[in-house]
Each structure stands twice: as structure tokens, then as C-alpha cells.
Design a protein around this ligand. Structure first.
Ligand code: GLU
Length: 487
């Protein structure tokens, strides 16, 4: 088989979101699996809504997730240019060809005329569609319209009553009758090609062999197939990925004020790229053994576009959070420390990396990462180690420290810590066992006041870890302060 060529052709009209990235990712997986190529094309013919800034974001987020591009924008290649806005003369050529060969024609209808036509059709119980009234204009009619200053669009002549079958790699055969299509626009009145036309010319000239994209495009596919045939291009194979649904099974979209469907939001909150990658790969696909945590190499080995589900994939944020937390805990600690620093700075806990002892910071993050779903939560989890002691309830704390045996426990703990050359979590654990054996007090009198004195709280991270991170001096300081609180 000849080389497999896939493409990801986003429109830079907004920040790249989960749905688009899932499409890029499935294309990437299938390309990797087949030693194929992945092309990045930027579909920027909507000049008003497209921007370089959104394009930059697309490139940045693809790079962040490790979806590498073989050809196209940012990489180059032999089949460019890869921005649609730089291909207008190419489209022009094919438009002329279609008009000459009578596959397309100029239409001079005004928006008002089209509206009127559609409302009449609706009144008659018909599906609104272009009725082909400009198909056979005479030279004279054309001259008159042009004199009136009407700007024509170009429409494709859709053959009547033909069955177009899309052989979809995921969905099987899906057929459409041309009678519901109507002559569609391929060049707008401003001279810009429409999506359906440009995408066909580009995919064909860029020798794309398989088109993998979202299900929302399936109704465009019969139009594109008609264009492939009229232009004499070979058809690629098609695969339409299932929609991504929100938890209430509606289509996932940006909800009021909630930006969490944009890739950048996940990055900013401290989701790890490999976790998001893993999660996105499971939106519509799963490996045979249903394993949830799966790395790229395993995915490539197991992935088959034909195994993708037909039904919608639910975007379950709880699952993503669980997955991300797991990746954070399993990741190299130094990396997590580096990634956490910006959040700690933001919280005002550290000024810059040189102002804190790296080894100490590692200990803090090691403990803090056990309790987070994403790194933005690190400061809250580590707050204890960066702020002065504050009691949740001072009166209760006072009472607690005044209880019998507390002073003894604190004295014993200080002494035993002092006897250790170096603090280690295990050794600190042993101290507590010893105290339980040696001191004439119950376990509660040992753990509870110590925790309260050190953290100000009655629950929280492991006491041994807290002591390990604070170190002897800070522990002693806090224990003494607690005792001072007594009347
Ligand atoms: N620019 C189109 C989009 O982002 C591409 C669709 C396609 O893959 O054909 O929706």
C-alpha cells in the first residue's frame, strides 16, 4: 500500500478545544501506527474570524501534547503552501475548470431573493434548498445582473436524485440522496472559496489518503464526494469520530463563563500533557483490555481507527482528574517541583526558586502531590509549610494543650527528635511507637495535641511527613508556642 497521509486542518477562529485536539490525536495515532505522515493545514479563509494568535495557540498546544507534525505549517513540505489563504490562485484554477466543464455556475441571486425562495419552499412543505434558478442564465441576463453591480457566488451543480454512499471506516456505509442537497456554494461573493470546496482541492493536492474528522462533518462528506468526482480526483477514505458529550449527554461546548473545554485552560491549571493525552485517546476508543492508564507506545500498538465507537463519548472531568492525579504522583519528582513553582510564586509562597532550599521544596511537593488532581491545587495543599501557624479554633487549642500529659509528650518528642542525627520518615514513625510504649498516656494524647500544635488543624497530612518537612527546629518552635498558649 502506498504511504498513508493524514491531515489535521483546523480553522484558527478560536482557542483550540478538546474536540479538535481529540481529532488531531486520533489522526496522529493512526499515522504513527501506519508509519504514515500527518499534515497540518491551516484553514484560514474566514479572514474576519481567523487570527495568527489562534494559529500560534494551535501550534503551541499540539507541541505541548506531543502531537508532532510531519508536514505543513511550522514544518514545511513539498505540497504547500499550507495556509488556505495562500492558495487562492490554486482554487481559482479549479473553479474555472468546474465552470468550463459545466459542473458549476455563477449565481447572482441576492440574499433577499434567496430568503424569499426559502420561505416559499417552507410554505409548500419542502425542505429549503437552492432551486437552481441561475443554472441556465443567458448572456444577456448575466450582463444585466453585472450592470446592476451584483456580486455572484459560484454554485456546484448537484445531480438530481443520485445516491451518494460514504464508506465510513467507523460507521460503515452511510448514504445520502442528492435531492436533499441543493446546488451549494463553492465560492462566496467576496471571492473566497467555501470550506467544502477548498478542503477537497487541498486534500487531493496534498495526497491525503484518509480523512479522519468529527462526526459534525459527515453531512458535508457527500458534497465533497461530488466535488472529488467532478474534479477527477481519487477519493480518500473517510472516518468520522463520535461527538464528545458533556455529562448530561449534550454536545460539549463552552458553557457560560466556563472555559474548561479549551486545551490552554487545562495546561494553565496544571494538567500534565501525558495525562490529557491519555484521557483524550479514550474519548471514543479503548484498548482491548479496557486499561485506563496507557502510554503512547502502547496506544500506537493497540490503536485501530476501525475500533473507534460510533456513539458519543462522554467527557468525564472526574475521570480526567483522577487520571491526572495519578500521573502527577507517578511522575519524576523534580519535574513536578519545577512545574509547581509558578503556582507557589503566584500564591506568594516563594519569591523565586533560589530563595528556597530545593531539597526542602522537594519534600514539600512530595507530600503535597499526594492530595491533588492538578498542580494549581499544590499551594493549598502545601499552605501549612509556607505560612505561620494559625489555629482553626484557638479556644479549643488552648484547652487541648492544657490537658494532662501534653507537656510530657511534647518534651519527649523534642528529646527524641534531638537524638536523631538526621530526620527520616521511618525513624520519626518509630519515635511515636516508642512514646506509646514509654509514656503513661493514651495514643490520643500523643497524636492529637502534636498535630494541632504543628498544623493548627485536627486533620491533614501524615504527622511523620509534617515533622520530616518542618525539621527539628520548626517543630520545637511550634511545640513551645503551643505550650505558651496555656494560661
Ligand atoms: N477546518 C475544518 C474544521 O476545523 C476542517 C474539517 C475537516 O477536517 O475537514 O472543522
Amino acid at each position: 500500500m502506498s504511504e498513508m497521509r493524514l491531515r489535521f486542518p483546523p480553522s484558527p477562529t478560536g482557542k483550540i478545544h478538546i474536540g479538535n485536539m481529540r481529532t488531531a490525536l486520533f489522526n496522529w495515532l493512526w499515522a504513527e501506527k501506519n508509519n504514515g505522515k500527518l499534515i497540518l493545514r491551516i484553514e484560514d479563509t474566514d479572514q474576519e474570524r481567523s487570527s495568527k494568535e489562534f494559529e500560534e495557540i494551535i501550534l503551541q498546544e499540539l507541541d505541548w501534547l506531543g502531537i508532532d507534525i510531519d508536514e505543513g505549517v511550522g514544518v514545511g513540505g513539498e505540497n504547500g503552501p499550507y495556509h488556505q489563504s495562500e492558495r487562492l490562485d490554486i482554487y481559482e484554477e479549479y473553479i474555472e475548470k468546474l465552470i468550463e466543464e459545466d459542473y458549476a455556475y455563477r449565481c447572482y441571486c441576492t440574499p433577499e431573493e434567496l430568503d424569499e425562495m426559502r420561505s416559499k419552499q417552507r410554505e409548500n412543505g419542502e425542505m429549503p434548498h437552492y432551486d437552481g434558478r441561475c443554472r441556465n442564465l443567458t448572456e444577456k441576463e448575466i450582463r444585466e445582473y453585472e450592470k446592476e453591480g451584483r456580486e455572484p457566488v459560484v454554485r456546484f451543480k448537484v445531480p438530481a436524485d443520485e445516491e451518494i454512499v460514504v464508506h465510513d471506516l467507523i460507521r460503515g456505509d452511510v448514504s445520502f440522496n442528492t435531492s436533499v442537497i441543493g446546488d451549494f456554494v463553492i465560492v462566496k461573493s467576496d471571492g473566497m472559496p467555501t470550506y467544502n470546496f477548498a478542503v477537497v482541492v487541498d486534500d487531493a493536492l496534498m495526497k491525503v489518503t484518509q480523512v479522519i474528522r468529527g462526526e459534525d462533518h459527515i453531512s458535508n462528506t457527500p458534497k465533497q464526494i461530488l466535488l472529488y468526482k467532478a474534479l477527477g480526483f481519487d477519493l480518500p477514505e473517510f472516518a468520522h469520530l463520535p461527538l464528545i458529550l458533556d455529562e448530561s449527554k449534550g454536545k460539549l461546548k463552552k458553557r457560560g463563563g466556563d472555559n474548561t473545554v479549551f486545551i490552554g485552560e487545562f495546561r494553565n491549571k496544571g494538567y500534565l500533557p501525558e495525562a490529557l493525552f491519555n484521557f483524550l485517546a479514550l474519548l471514543g476508543w479503548s484498548p482491548k483490555d479496557e486499561k485506563e492508564i496507557i502510554d503512547k507506545d502502547e496506544m500506537i500498538k493497540e490503536f485501530d481507527i476501525r475500533d473507534v465507537n460510533k456513539s458519543g463519548a462522554v467527557f468525564d472531568i472526574e475521570k480526567l482528574n483522577w487520571m491526572n492525579g495519578k500521573y502527577i504522583r507517578d511522575a519524576d519528582l523534580d519535574r513536578i517541583v519545577d512545574l509547581s513553582i509558578p503556582y507557589l510564586k503566584e500564591a506568594g509562597y516563594i519569591k523565586d526558586e533560589d530563595s528556597v532550599d530545593r531539597e526542602w521544596l522537594k519534600k514539600v511537593i512530595e507530600v503535597a502531590r499526594t492530595g491533588v488532581d492538578y498542580l494549581e491545587q499544590i499551594p493549598a495543599e502545601a499552605e501549612l509549610f509556607f505560612t505561620d501557624l494559625e489555629f482553626e479554633n484557638k479556644e479549643e487549642a488552648k484547652e487541648e494543650f492544657s490537658e494532662e500529659g501534653v507537656e510530657l509528650v511534647f518534651a519527649s518528642l523534642k528529646e527524641k527528635l534531638n537524638d536523631l542525627d538526621e530526620l527520616e520518615i521511618d525513624k520519626i514513625g518509630n519515635i511515636f511507637s516508642e512514646m506509646k510504649d514509654e509514656l503513661p498516656v493514651g495514643a490520643r494524647t500523643i497524636y492529637h495535641p502534636v498535630r494541632l500544635a504543628l498544623t493548627g488543624m485536627t486533620s491533614g497530612p501524615e504527622l511523620t511527613e509534617v515533622i520530616y518537612i518542618f525539621g527539628k527546629k520548626e517543630v520545637e518552635k511550634r511545640l513551645n508556642k503551643a505550650l505558651e498558649l496555656r494560661e
